[in-house]
Design a protein around this ligand. Structure first.
Ligand SMILES: Cc1ncc(COP(=O)(O)O)c(C=O)c1O
Length: 384
């Protein structure tokens, strides 16, 4: 039974995406690690990433002994600026990570063209982009492989969780062999605790309660009383014991439930985006012009404010679910950048975005009233 729920979830997910293979893991970062390791990434190889990401997205690169090389973003979609990509390529570049930030698709034609001319594979980071399309095609189907996250704040949640997908039979064979040889199973205690946390989440987390609940959750995580999204040892670039973990049956069953709700989830997020666009336009804010050929499904609605520090400090008291992604080129603010080869000034557009951008909820528990309250709040903070 335990195995079959995971197999079923992998199958359903790959079918939804329209690719041949899905491999489920304990977290999205583990899925990324599996892809890179199966591709043979190792010592001295270079992996290109946007300088506007989560440090957990850089850890797998470092764990494999490879070097992350950061490319600045363009300021509307917060995605890798293709105009800057080519100059970062060296003979050691082995992978380009295309991260669809906030659910906004990367400029895939340009990225695939550069990658193709140089013979470098693209791997898509779809952790924030489930259902987004570029020129009608689903994000996650352009590159050699893609990885997905089902952590609490992601397009849908299995508590924590992740998936690697590919349509390439050779790579799938290598991921499969790696999993058979090295993948460990999560302990029964960890799987049960996560199940309890999912039930608590379903009962307690609504836009008005998120800030308080998140603070309590972080406190409990630091005390080691619950399973956090990231352990303290994950804020340094050394692979912790027991990192390479598979998905539990409970996570997979939660994933299967979420798959049944996926089209409604996607439709809701599209509707929330147009509500935010409309409310912000009415308030006289410039709504970013996203090209027509991009059809984003936003995990959060990003916008720039005049005083991010004040917004973050005041939001909980106003019961506004305000997100801070990304606080640093390698989120969160506490990341020791030098240990991850990021030198301040490398990605100035991303660094400015870190100072200005907050994000608002689009998830199924947020509605028009949530959007109105959130927009009233940001109006009080002001635009930059
Ligand atoms: C852009 C991005 N990629 C990858 C990850 C890693 O996902 P997970 O937390 O499931 O390991 C995250 C979040 O942590 C993320 O924001």
């Amino acid at each position: 039974m335990a195995v079959s729920a995971v197999i079923e979830f992998q199958k359903r997910f790959a079918e939804w995406l329209g690719v041949g293979w899905g491999f489920a893991f304990w977290k999205g970062r583990v899925a990324m690690y599996a892809i890179l390791k199966a591709m043979g990434i190792g010592d001295g190889d270079e992996v290109l990433l946007p300088g506007y990401t989560c440090v957990m997205d850089v850890n797998p690169v470092k764990y494999l002994g490879a070097r992350p090389v950061y490319v600045d973003i363009e300021p509307v979609t917060y995605n890798t600026d293709p105009a800057l990509l080519e100059e970062k390529l060296t003979p050691r570049t082995k992978v380009i990570i295309a991260q669809h930030t906030y659910g906004l698709p990367c400029e895939m034609d340009a990225i695939m063209d550069i990658a193709g001319r140089h013979g470098i594979p693209v791997v898509e980071d779809c952790c924030l982009a489930m259902g987004s399309r570029y020129k009608g095609r689903l994000c996650g189907t352009f590159g050699l492989a893609a990885y997905w996250s089902f952590q609490w704040s992601k397009p849908f949640t299995t508590g924590i969780g992740g998936m690697a997908t590919t349509d390439d039979g050779e790579l799938a064979g290598k991921i499969d062999a790696l999993c058979r040889a090295e993948l460990q199973r999560p302990s029964a205690a960890a799987a049960a605790m996560l199940g309890l946390q999912r039930a608590t989440y379903r009962a307690l987390i609504y836009p008005r309660t998120t800030a308080t609940a998140t603070a309590a959750f972080r406190w409990l995580t630091r005390k080691g009383l619950v399973i956090g999204s990231s352990a303290t040892c994950e804020f340094q670039p050394t692979m912790p014991e027991g990192f390479f973990l598979g998905m539990s049956a409970g996570q997979a069953r939660a994933g299967l439930r979420q798959m049944r709700l996926l089209e409604a989830n996607i439709a809701h997020r599209r509707r929330m985006r147009s509500i935010y666009d409309e409310l912000l336009r009415q308030a006289g804010w410039d709504v970013p012009e996203i090209p027509d050929y991009m059809d984003p499904v936003l995990v959060r609605y990003p916008l720039r404010v005049a005083d991010k520090g004040r917004a973050v400090a005041e939001a909980p008291g106003r019961f506004v679910e305000l997100g801070t992604w990304f606080e640093s080129p390698l989120h969160p603010a506490e990341t020791p950048l030098e240990l991850y080869d990021y030198h301040p000034g490398t990605c100035p557009v991303a660094e400015e975005a870190c100072r200005q951008v907050v994000n608002l909820p689009t998830h199924p528990r947020a509605d028009e009233a949530t959007a109105r309250r959130s927009v009233e709040f940001v109006k009080g903070i002001g635009k930059p």
